[in-house]
Design a protein around this ligand. Sequence first.
Ligand code: PEP
Length: 281
Amino acid sequence: LGRHKNDDRPTYFEYNGVRFGQDTLNVFAGLCAVDTIEHVEMMMKSLREHGQVCTRMGAYKPRTSPYSFQGHGKTCLPYVFDIAGKYGIKVIAMEITHESHLEEIRNALYQTGNATGVMLQIGTRNTQNFELLKIVGRQQNFPVLIKRGFGITLDESLNAAEYLASEGNRKVIFGLRGMKTNMGDPHRNFVDFSHVPVVRRLTRMPVCIDPSHSVGTRASSPDGILEIMHVTAQGIIAGANMVLVDFHPAPSNALVDGPQALLIKELPQFLEDIQIAREAY
Ligand code: PEP
């Protein structure tokens, strides 16, 4: 995935009719964790109304506490894929945490008529789960979003992405989602979107930003603008190619990460701000 002299391999790929590259911008707004069928439907309906063909949906959730909701797992996949097909969603970013999830996703896609496609997500806690990376690297039918490890060097995270490619999967997107520090940050993680151009310079991967997990709150700056929107614009102006962002119809009822979810009614403004930032890039 790294750039080498005289190496003109492409910086883009296509999946299920959607192009991903260092020259495109794809928005994946959706539910951090699937909770109810109704919420999945509300989310996807709104995405369709605003011309979106990608989303994020969490079925397998890696949680800090074993007593927190762990995601509905394979039981939600049939209705998630069905509803996605109904609303013309072509690609769903979905984290997997274990190799058995691949089979579950493949079966559910098949049973629902392959109405949609899945981009496998490797979360920040699994960035250096090398055995999982090797297995996912062999799944050449699926693109992969690999998140930067939140407590390791950029170089170590880029090497983790290389594990996917070394097993044959070059449909890889690199995700920035903020770094852990011990400096009492006002945000959940220290936003690292200044590294967007660095990853684009060092590699041929499209670069994703995740403003939700970086900022982690719905706090607004004194100008009344959500800080999540501020950093999204910063990432896009820096050249980001994908935005992964949490929405929820009723954040106070969300089972995972409600405090950072945007409201569905905020989707049009969010998309409009992204367009303005993209034009400024
Ligand atoms: C997520 O995107 O739902 C998630 C858990 O992200 P991260 O791995 O960046 O914490």
